[in-house]
Each structure stands twice: as C-alpha cells, then as structure tokens.
Ligand binder design. Sequence first.
Ligand SMILES: [Zn+2]
Length: 153
Amino acid sequence: MSDGTVARPSSISGLGLFATRDFAVGERIAPYVGRRLTAPPAHPSPGHPTYVVELGPGVWLDGDAAENPARHANHSCDPNAELIQAEATEDLWLVASRPLASGTEITFDYGFSLAESLFHPCRCGAPACVGRIIAAPLRPALRRHLRFSRRRD
Ligand SMILES: [Zn+2]
C-alpha cells in the first residue's frame, strides 16, 4: 500500500513523505485513509499537527492513523502533489501535480483557513513561502495582512 513512498525526517517539519520511485503527473502516489467524522474536529492547538480533511458538508476524515503513511506529507507553498477525491469511490489520493523524481519530498497544499494558519507556521523553504500554512487562494490576502501588520510595528 505504501509502495513508492517512505516516511523519513524532513527539513520542512518532522517526518516527511518521500518518493522512492519516479511519478508522472496525474499518477496516484498514495491513498489518504482514516476515520470518518460527522462532527467537526476539535480546533487544532498550536504546534500540533492536524491530519483532518474536510470531505464535504458535515463529513471529515481524520488521517491520524498508522495505516495512513500519506499523513506524513508536509504542506508547501509550492507543492508537487494534490489531495484528490476519487469521484466514484470518494477515496482520497495524493496525486502528483508535477513529475516527481525518486527521492523527492512529496508536498501538497493543506488548504488551511486564515484562522487555522495562525497556529501553523510554514517552513517549506519555497521562494514564495508566506510563512504560514494557508490555502493558495488566501495567500495574497495573508501577504497584504502581514505587510500591513509589519508597517504598523
Ligand atoms: Zn511555505
């Protein structure tokens, strides 16, 4: 099930998920599995990793489980994979959004809200890193906010 990936220490954070072979764009890297929740998860506390994915209205998946090696994939502001829900089965998969060479760390966009991002600094190292784990569409707003805050300091 974890063929093609291995979890090992990452320069981004904790353990990361790394490719042990090449992947083509669009290729499934690993399933993202866990327990389905019908109530919203507890608010993430500072410094604690969160593995909860919102599947749809009123449904969440908690990927904090040993059988889910994909949970080790770190967030990046410049990711090389996406978390995609298969239409037929509703299973979640990490899918390569760029060609991946063996040995590459696999990252995706955690898609955090502005509120969530306040608890989660980002150390992905990408040139465009905004310093917080936050969904790509919200990053320009966060950049404006950070610039504004800085100016008032
Ligand atoms: Zn970043």
